[in-house]
Design a protein around this ligand. Sequence first.
Ligand SMILES: *Cc1c(COP(=O)(O)O)cnc(C)c1O
Length: 453
Amino acid sequence: MNEKGVSEEELFAQLSSFSNADTNFKKVFSSMCTIPHPVAVAAQQQFSLSNIGDPGLFQGTSQMEAEVIRMSASLLGHPDSSSAFGHLTSGGTESNIEAVLHMKNRFLNSFSNAENAIENAVENTVENTVENTVENTVENKSNNDQLNQFKPNLILPKTAHFSFEKIANLLDIELKKADIDSKFRAVPESMESLIDENTIGLIGIAGNTEFGGCDPVESLSKIAIKHNLPLHIDAAFGGFVYPFLPESDSSAKSSSMKGNNIKAGNKKIKFAFDLPGVTSVSIDPHKMGLSVIPGGILIFRNESVLYPSLDKIKVKTPYLTIKYQSTLTGTRPGSSVAATYAVMKHLGAEGYRKNVAYCMDLTDYFQKELNKIGLKPYIEPEINIITLHVGDGKDKTADREKTEKIRAELLEKYGWNVSATKTVPALRFVLMPHVTKEDITAMLSDLKELLEI
Ligand SMILES: *Cc1c(COP(=O)(O)O)cnc(C)c1O
């Protein structure tokens, strides 16, 4: 740090040059974030000093957070949104961490036998490590197996977001990955077959990151109830999309704003609290919610589904105006709460439906134009994500190389940011609100040139 500070003039000149090196979202097809709505930005500035980690000092922000939770629960089909329990997070990753942490605590509490067994296994391993030499590696191994035997596991589809890899490491749990169908959605039978006595819960995804598919949550909900397991739905991306998709069934009741409730538009796709087995849902206002970064929302059906885990993570907070804190993070940005409140209230269901309709129009247009030049998405897009096959499908390695080459050339030659998928070799386009029809026309012409079509 310099001894003397720089002048404001110099400072802002520096900031401008940093800002110019960042994207302004022009030519970006790879991001699930977008330009926030102006009311969200204004509210963020107005509440820049607010810390929702100490709600007694920021009672106004606290009221807004409660209202955001209630509006979101109602959007997610909660039968009694006032009993929903949740808070704002920094995004999908933090929401998933916290949901799985509660699953693990619940498991450890409910299965005291398993807990004792883990303790015994740990003790044995420690003892062995102290005493052991080369001779009893075999014994050691069997102790490790014993340890693994009691390792908590989480069942999720292969298409789950990479945040779960971090969670497995952080919380020391095993991930059991279920098969996916031809549309890249979880196969319920496969999910169920993976359940064993150490399973702590199930994960379903509404709007998976690579393909935008929605897992069959109705079936997962039944499985969760049958096996008495928590079911967390990761709707980080889909949470602000599925409820606002145009109604395909003309006989469906027209959706409306009732009081302060945002009513879901498309009742056909059930993925959240309208299914009784769903215990928690994560949605990200900083993606299709048009709010600012950081913006995530984690909601539990009610406080009692967290028993007895909530008590475990509740800590006494003698320096704050509240007695306890039970969120993963301490100081939290009240500015994000205000921004999310602002954009949800200002847009209402009607505004979000318009936003989704715009993105879906772009998606349909792009897909039709791609079909015209003989390029096919892997699946018919359900939401505003297109995963495009550019190889000939004969050899996966060759397809991967070709995909990577096209992706790199799109960036180097034309400045387009597009991502590639891991599950299959494909280019991935997210049709966010900052994308225009002109962008798509230009992209098509550049793709044609690169692919020599
Ligand atoms: C984006 C995303 C996440 C991670 O969210 P962050 O806000 O980046 O932490 C998790 N799950 C899904 C399905 C996502 O699309």
